[in-house]
Design a protein around this ligand. Structure first.
Ligand code: FES
Length: 117
């Protein structure tokens, strides 16, 4: 398969029950991978945008976490209700501004963003 123009990395890390950091998997991220793959395929862009299961993105506190590259944005608190918006945005080279989070004290990002509600 060719290298894709855009990637969605979905953290599917799972920690033991009761772990203080929690994990994205316990917040439903495993279902997000399948749902995003299906949503991208339904839009006919699976050969352009790839949804991939990922290990911990070190954004545990805002999980379920999804990183979109090359826009270099992190989405937080993602649920299945957000899948269509994420797929629509990724398919068109935009981001879902309402889901974008930034590391505490960190920069807003170093790449210009086009936004889509
Ligand atoms: S467990 Fe998902 S970002 Fe760390």
């Amino acid at each position: 398969m060719p290298h894709r123009s855009r990637y969605l990395f979905i953290c599917t890390n799972r920690r033991p029950d009761g772990h203080p950091k929690g994990s994205c998997a316990e917040k439903g991220s495993e279902a997000l991978v399948d749902a995003l793959k299906k949503a991208l395929a339904a839009r006919g862009v699976a050969n352009v945008v790839r949804a991939c299961a990922s290990g911990c993105l070190d954004l545990c506190e805002i999980g379920a976490s999804v990183v979109q590259e090359p826009e270099h944005v992190a989405y937080g608190h993602v649920t299945l209700a957000d899948v269509d918006a994420i797929a629509d945005a990724a398919a068109s080279g935009h981001v879902v501004e309402r889901l974008v989070v930034y590391p505490p004290g960190g920069p807003r990002g170093d790449a210009p963003l086009e936004t889509k509600a």
